[in-house]
Design a protein around this ligand. Sequence first.
Ligand code: PLP
Length: 381
Amino acid sequence: MNKPNGFATRAIHAGQEPDPATGATITPIYATSTFTQEAPGVHKGYEYSRTGNPTRAALEACLAALEGGEYCLAFASGSAANAAVAHLLSPGDHVVAAAEVYGGTYRLFTEVFGHWGIGTTYVKGLEPADFAAALTDRTRLVWLESPTNPLLNLVDIAAVAKIAHEAGALVAVDNTFATPYLQNPLALGADLVVHSATKYLNGHSDAIGGAIVTSDPGLYRELKFLQNAEGATLSPFDSWLILRGVKTLAARMEIHQANAAKVAAFLEGHPAVSRVLYPGLPSHPGHDTARRQMRGWGGMVSFYLKNEAGAEQFFRGLRLFAVAESLGGVESLACQPCTMTHASYPETMRRELGITPGLVRLSVGLEDGEDLLEALDRALE
Ligand SMILES: *Cc1c(COP(=O)(O)O)cnc(C)c1O
């Protein structure tokens, strides 16, 4: 058997054979809603673009190959992908989720699916025993992020997956922060991997998209049905943009992490900073778990300002880092999770978790590392 291709090779070639009609080297944007059939039901595999589109199919094949999964489905956003996973459930089912999930994921489970009779328990400790204690005989889904958002804590995915499976629950992992370059949750026992492709996969902050990857044919069939029935599919143009972005994922992640490591080390030694959260720092509580299940530390760095009251001044004085939601683009971004990405969390929950006004989350971009350190140093004065 041939040795499987490496990650960068898959990112550039998987699902991206020359166009069968013209030989175009780059997958074309198939901007068409419908496909002409030879006779009713006699066609080349495509009928209508909500159901299937060749540009989207190329991206789906590529992302499946990157996650080491059999199947992928691309959605109009990460949130739409999350909603499709939630639609696998029925009223009366129960979900266990890590307390530190993306704010929009919390909002979706609490404020949308909560009203449809699906209860969610948020686990505050992230140890496998904390998840085990939250499982009930109605739990059908365990939802994880690792590293978590915005505190960058680690969850032992293999250990939690084992406990969840013993209880008969599915395991979904939001792999947006780590990317398939650094972590493959399916290999750690997850049933489903979800992505906001808006972030590192696309990498250029110019498209919104999402994806689900699985190797389970039954789950794929159900999700494919939901994707078509609910219709939140990724457009051909956005599929093409994200496919173009994915080609450089390996190269980008190397620079993201190199810059993030520099930023984390710099902040850890800065007198205006009380604590730095970065899985690559030996001081980080999840450092060993990250070493076991990831191939690197990623490009996100969070930290606490010593002077919480000076947070606004810090953001106003920050050059180069745009104060913005989102992450994973070539340009560096800074956000205040408590007022931005995690504003949909209740205030008491934010306080308990440590999502306070002094917490800053950085998406470290691909600029020159020295310039980023200088910008942070000036804003911290
Ligand atoms: C952004 C994000 C989402 C939501 O994705 P959209 O593409 O914005 O809908 C979900 N999970 C994580 C970790 C995210 O960062």
